[in-house]
Design a protein around this ligand. Structure first.
Ligand code: ADP
Ligand code: MG
Length: 289
C-alpha cells in the first residue's frame, strides 16, 4: 500500500498542478538530476505568430494561401498559426490531396496535381531547393529567434515564411529554480541551431537543436545514462522521448499519445510546477527515510 506521506504528496501535487501517476513516480522525481525540456509549447508558448513573408515570383497572399493549404491536415503549432492567419485574412485556401507528414522536417500535399512542400530550411536544402541568395535572409531571420519555413515544389522555391514564438514567463522562472535545486536543465528541439540559440539565450539554458524525433530519444537516453533524468514535453513526436526518461511529464495540453506514455501531467501548463513537485518529492522521501 502507498505510505500516507506519498498519498498526501500525490494529493498536494494535484492541487499544485502536476499530477503524477503513483508513488513510484514520486520516488523517482525525488532523485532527478537533469531535466530535458522540449522547446515548442513547453519552454515557449507554442503559439507562433507569422512575422515575415518573402514570396519568390508569387504574391504574398498566394504564398500564405499555399502554405495554409499544405498545413490543413497538420496539428503542428506552425500549421495552426499559418492556417489561422490565412483564415483571418479571408483567403480562399485551395483544397489538397494526398497530404504527407515528414516527421521533424515538414509537410507536403498535392494542389491541382502539383506536389507542394512546406518545411524547415534544412529540408529544402536536402531537396536541393535553396539558393545561396536565400540563405542570407534565412540566417538573419533565425538569428532574430524566428523559425523559418520554406515553401517549394519539386523544382523551385516559392517563398519563405518566418514565425516567432515566445518563451513562457514561467519557463524562465523554472529554469532558474531548477538550477538552484542542483538540477541541470536542457532544451531539446527540432528547430534550427540559430533560432534555438536565440530562445535558449532568453531562458539561460543549454540546448541541443536540429534534432529529428529519433535524435531527441537518443539525447534523452544519453542524459539518462549519466543520471536520473526527467523529460517534459507536449510535442506531437515527444511520446518516445518521454518514455526514454526516468520520469516523463506531459504538458496538460499535450496530445493523447503523449499523455498515455507519460508518468505525469502538468495540468495547468505552468512549467515551474515541476520545481514545486520535485521539492515536495524530495521532502516526502526524506520523511520516509
Ligand atoms: P520542435 O517540436 O522541437 O519544434 P519538430 O520536430 O516539431 O520540432 O519540428 C522541427 C522543424 O521541422 C520545425 O522547426 C519546422 O522547421 C519543421 N516542421 C515540422 N513540422 C512542420 C509543419 N507542420 N510545417 C512546417 N514546418 C514543420
Ligand atoms: Mg514538436
Amino acid at each position: 500500500s502507498v505510505p500516507a506521506s506519498i498519498a498526501s504528496a500525490l494529493y498536494a501535487g494535484t492541487r499544485s498542478g502536476l499530477l503524477m501517476k503513483g508513488g513510484s513516480v514520486i520516488e523517482a522525481a525525488a532523485t532527478i538530476r537533469q531535466i530535458a525540456f522540449d522547446k515548442t509549447g513547453t519552454l515557449t508558448l507554442g503559439r507562433p505568430q507569422l512575422t515575415d513573408l518573402k514570396p519568390v515570383d508569387i504574391s504574398e497572399p498566394e504564398l500564405l494561401k499555399l502554405a495554409a493549404a499544405v498545413e490543413m491536415e497538420s496539428s503542428h503549432p506552425l500549421a495552426v498559426a499559418l492556417v489561422a492567419r490565412a483564415t483571418e485574412q479571408g483567403l480562399d485556401i485551395p483544397s489538397i490531396q494526398n497530404a504527407r507528414v515528414i516527421a521533424g522536417k515538414g509537410v507536403s500535399a498535392e494542389i491541382e496535381n502539383r506536389r507542394i512542400y512546406l518545411g524547415s530550411p534544412q529540408y529544402a536544402r536536402d531537396m536541393g531547393i535553396l539558393q545561396p541568395e536565400t540563405e542570407a535572409s534565412i540566417e538573419a531571420l533565425e538569428e532574430a529567434g524566428k523559425t523559418v519555413v520554406a515553401l517549394f515544389d519539386d523544382t523551385r522555391l516559392l517563398g519563405i515564411l518566418a514565425l516567432r514564438d515566445e518563451p513562457r514567463p514561467d519557463a524562465i522562472l523554472a529554469i532558474r529554480n531548477l538550477k538552484a535545486l542542483g538540477i541541470t536543465p536542457m532544451m531539446l528541439t527540432g528547430d534550427n541551431p540559430r533560432t534555438a540559440a536565440a530562445i535558449a539565450g532568453l531562458l539561460d539554458v543549454e540546448f541541443r537543436a536540429g534534432l529529428m524525433p529519433e535524435d531527441k530519444v537518443k539525447a534523452v537516453q544519453e542524459m539518462a545514462s549519466r543520471g536520473p533524468t526527467m523529460m517534459v514535453g507536449d510535442g506531437i513526436n515527444d511520446a518516445p522521448a518521454l518514455a526514454s526518461a526516468h520520469v516523463g511529464i506531459a504538458m496538460g495540453g499535450g496530445t493523447d499519445v503523449a499523455m498515455e506514455t507519460a508518468d505525469g501531467a502538468l495540468l495547468r501548463n505552468y512549467v515551474d510546477d515541476v520545481t514545486a513537485k520535485i521539492r515536495l518529492a524530495r521532502a516526502t522521501m526524506a520523511n520516509i527515510r
